[in-house]
Ligand binder design. Structure first.
Ligand SMILES: [Mn+2]
Length: 283
């Protein structure tokens, strides 16, 4: 498929978690005029602790360089895991332009702020709890807690300490973290008079209207394997690579794709968050 632009973030090359094969499949399926790499592409942070570099990750780099060489506009907006690159704002490396942030004008004239997003993150560490502890995890914790209480009685420790309660407070902070993040990003975009934002960082793909603005998050390539594409008419679409890989052979393609127009309205929460609210967070 040929699209106008591709937006990807949080690839985390150099780590074991990086799903380079999935990304290669996606890049094979989607050709574009412009390619925007929106941060945490190479994970220098974790590479300090040890490098996990596979042939597939090498191929990702080669494919990106090749696109730039063949006249595609390729831009790298560094994230917090590749923040060393931020010193090179405005510098081109092998036809890849590095920018701190960028205003992308879509084919329909809409103006989107492109930035990684860690600038708006107050509590980076907590959001992973959201993925780790769903309601299944919560039930598990409750059971684990029963054994823990027995142990505490055995050790004659006074009082009652709830592991699940502790985790619950953490999840609560995680969920509010995601919405705080979106709120502050959207506020910044509104102040600048733009139509929307395309960011990454929180590993939570999204494409929805918030008021009169569009909030777009590219997701990641360590877990969800998602990207945003802009069609030639300016329409944005969230592509989930897990589904596009099979779309050609078996499943009808449109089911895998979510377009911007029927996106949920302001106030509606993503399903995961609703599940969290019902299952876990009850005060
Ligand atoms: Mn990040």
């Amino acid at each position: 498929m040929h699209v106008r632009s591709i937006f990807i973030s949080d690839v985390h090359l150099g780590t074991r978690a990086c799903q380079a094969d999935r990304l290669l499949d996606f890049l094979r399926d989607y050709e574009s005029e412009k390619l925007f790499l929106i941060g945490d592409i190479i994970d220098f942070w974790s590479m300090n602790r040890g490098i996990h570099w596979t042939p597939a990750q090498n191929t990702v780099v080669q494919k990106v360089l090749r696109r730039a060489r063949h006249g595609q506009q390729v831009m790298l907006i560094p994230g917090n895991h590749d923040e060393a690159m931020r010193e090179y704002d405005g510098v081109s490396f092998g036809d890849i332009l590095v920018r701190r942030e960028h205003i992308h004008v879509a084919a329909d004239g809409k103006r989107y702020l492109l930035l990684h997003g860690d600038e708006f993150d107050q509590v980076t560490r907590y959001h992973r709890w959201m993925a780790v502890i769903g309601d299944i995890g919560y039930n598990l914790l409750v059971r684990l807690n029963a054994s823990l209480s027995r142990l505490r009685r055995l050790l004659r420790r006074p009082g009652y300490w709830s592991l699940a309660g502790y985790a619950k407070s953490r999840v609560k902070r995680a969920v509010s973290f995601v919405f705080d993040f979106e709120d502050s990003v959207i506020r910044a975009v509104r102040e600048r008079g733009l139509d929307g934002v395309i960011c990454g960082h929180i590993h939570s793909a999204a494409l929805r209207r918030i008021g009169n603005l569009v909030y777009v998050n590219c997701g990641d390539w360590v877990d969800s394997c998602t990207a945003i594409v802009e069609h030639h008419d300016g329409r944005l679409e969230l592509v989930r690579a897990w589904q596009t890989a099979t779309a050609e052979t078996a499943v009808p393609a449109p089911a895998a794709l979510v377009a911007v127009s029927p996106a949920p309205t302001l106030g509606e929460l993503p399903e995961t968050a609703i599940a969290c609210n019902e299952g876990v967070i009850q005060g």
